[in-house]
Design a binder for this molecule. Structure first.
Ligand code: C5P
Length: 205
C-alpha cells in the first residue's frame, strides 16, 4: 500500500504522515528533506538557488546531509522552495522517491507532488490543508517553543510567499490530485487530525 500525503507548509502533513506510518507499520519518507538538502548544499557551494545549473550541481549531496539539523530551519525551507522550481532538480530527485514508494510492503511519502507525480498510482492519497492563519499561528508557536522570536506577521508573510511559489510553479505545482481525500486541519487538534487521517486511509484502501 502506498500512502501519498501532500499539502502546503505547516498544514500538519508531516505529523500526519509520521503517525500513519507508525499506525500501519510502514516506512516513511519526508520528501521535503530532499529539497531542503539541495537548498542547503547550494548555500554551502556558494551557488545561486534560482539558477538551475547551481541547483542541479547540489543534487549530489551526501546522505549524511539528510541528518543535518539545520535542514529544519526557516532559511533552508526558503532555499528548498527556490531550488524545487527547477525541472532538473525534480527529475534528479525522482528515482529516489519512486524507489521508496514502490518498495515491497508499501510506504508513506509526504510532500507536494506525491499523489500527482511521484506515485499517481498510490492506493491512498490525502491532501492535508489548513487556512493560512491557522498554519501561520502553528508555525509561530513552534518557533517560539524553539526560542526563535519572529513576529507573527513575518511568519504569515513568509508562508504566503512559499505557498504562492509552490502553487504557481510550472513543474509539479502544489495541487490536490483529483482523487485525493482533502483533510482540512484548521479546526482540528493534533490527535483529531491523526484520527481523521487514519479513518480516511481505512476507507480508501
Ligand atoms: O515540506 P517542506 O516544508 O520540508 O518542503 C520544503 C520545500 O520543498 C517546499 O516549500 C517545496 O517548495 C519543496 N518541496 C517540493 N516537493 C516535495 C516536497 C517539498 O517541491 N515533494
Amino acid at each position: 500500500m502506498i500512502i501519498a500525503v501532500d499539502g502546503p507548509t505547516a498544514s500538519g502533513k508531516g505529523t500526519i504522515a509520521k503517525a500513519l506510518a507508525e499506525h500501519f507499520g510502514l516506512p516513511h519518507l519526508d520528501t521535503g528533506l530532499l529539497y531542503r538538502a539541495v537548498g542547503r548544499q547550494v548555500f554551502l557551494n556558494g551557488g545561486d538557488p534560482d539558477n538551475a545549473f547551481d541547483a542541479l550541481a547540489a543534487c549530489g549531496f551526501e546522505d549524511r546531509m539528510l541528518r543535518d539539523s539545520s535542514l529544519r530551519d526557516e532559511a533552508t525551507g526558503g532555499l528548498a522552495s527556490r531550488v524545487s522550481v527547477h525541472r532538473e532538480v525534480r527529475s534528479a530527485l525522482f528515482d529516489r522517491q519512486r524507489a521508496f514508494a514502490v518498495q515491497e510492503g508499501g510506504a508513506v511519502l509526504d510532500g507536494r507532488d506525491i499523489g500527482t507525480v511521484i506515485a499517481p498510482d498510490a492506493q491512498v492519497k490525502l491532501f492535508v490543508t489548513a487556512s493560512v492563519d491557522a498554519r501561520a499561528a502553528r508555525r509561530h508557536r513552534e518557533m517560539q517553543d524553539r526560542g526563535v522570536d519572529v513576529p507573527l506577521t513575518a511568519v504569515h508573510a513568509d508562508l504566503e510567499r512559499r505557498d504562492e511559489r509552490d502553487r504557481n510553479r510550472s513543474e509539479a505545482p502544489l495541487v490536490a490530485a483529483t482523487d485525493a481525500y482533502v483533510l482540512d486541519t484548521s479546526e482540528l487538534g493534533k490527535d483529531e487530525a491523526i484520527a481523521a487521517a487514519i479513518a480516511a486511509v481505512e476507507n480508501a484502501r
